[in-house]
Design a protein. Structure first.
Length: 277
């Protein structure tokens, strides 16, 4: 699939592209390697502060959005920008726009039901670890939300066949449900994951490519779900070491996920001195 030449916010984002990304091939390659978007997702090369600033501006003041038919739609506020994003094919959005979409949802002043409805239309667009994790980390409203309602919303994504819908549920659980009240339910959900059932668009390769290639991973599919579960477990180990070890020993988790968890626990300053198993 050819990359779209233009996207809804091109006129806002193009002037903010990092000069080094444009002019330094080595820097650009490093940026693309870290983000690791799918080949069909255009990456412009903006830094996080610029992306956040655009989202805040659109949330407060709105702005002009170019629709897929080339028409220009003026949006008066963040909610109207979100509606415009929902109206265009998701493949026409660049990487930075998918991040901005998530920030706008988090910035909206609305009821929980309204926010979850917007989020339900956004989660299927997630196709990259950086977009997924950035959204979850900045969704501070989840810390204050009705946990029963939020968990009920997460259930559908734990059951998904799509890699980043499942990772979304895992990362939200890690960020906002690792406490005594919810730990058992989080572990039960991890134990019920069917890794063979989850589909990935990423291609698995052996060895690190000499040149950055978007859409490849070095690990078993679905790589980003496996890494997300390992990350959650290492985080849980820091808070609840006994319960986490007991769960991992008795779980149905694949052997490679357990190995990833042990590796992450050893790499973290918080857990490197805690026995993982």
């Amino acid at each position: 699939m050819p990359l779209p030449k233009h996207s809804p916010l091109d006129h806002l984002l193009q002037p903010l592209i990092c000069e080094r990304f444009l002019n330094d091939a080595r820097y650009r390659e490093g940026h693309l390697r870290v983000v690791n978007a799918l080949p069909e997702r255009r990456v412009l090369g903006l830094h996080s502060p610029e992306i956040k600033a655009v989202a805040k501006q659109l949330s407060r003041e709105g702005g002009e959005v170019v629709m897929s038919d080339g028409t220009h739609r003026f949006c008066a506020n963040g909610a109207e920008v979100i509606s415009a994003f929902e109206a265009v094919p998701s493949e026409s959005l660049c990487y930075e726009e998918t991040v901005i979409w998530g920030y706008l949802i988090n910035l909206e002043k609305c009821s929980l039901d309204e926010r979850l409805a917007m989020l339900g239309r956004y989660v299927p667009v997630l196709d990259n670890w950086a977009v997924c994790d950035s959204y979850c980390a900045h969704a501070k409203w989840m810390a204050r939300a009705d946990k029963v309602a939020l968990w009920a919303f997460l259930e559908q994504w734990f059951d998904s066949e799509r890699e980043f819908e499942v990772r979304f549920a895992v990362v939200v659980a890690m960020c906002y449900f690792l406490n005594e009240d919810w730990l058992g339910r989080v572990f039960a959900r991890l134990n019920s994951l069917n890794f063979d059932h989850i589909k990935s668009k990423y291609k698995t390769v052996k060895g690190k490519p000499k040149v950055a290639q978007q859409g490849i991973v070095q690990g078993t599919e679905p790589y980003y779900v496996r890494m997300g579960v390992a990350w959650l477990l290492a985080t849980a180990l820091a808070k609840f070491p006994d319960q986490t070890r007991a769960f991992v020993r008795s779980s149905n988790l694949p052997e490679d996920v357990v190995k990833l968890y042990i590796r992450k626990a050893r790499e973290s300053l918080r857990t490197r001195n805690i026995i993982a198993l």
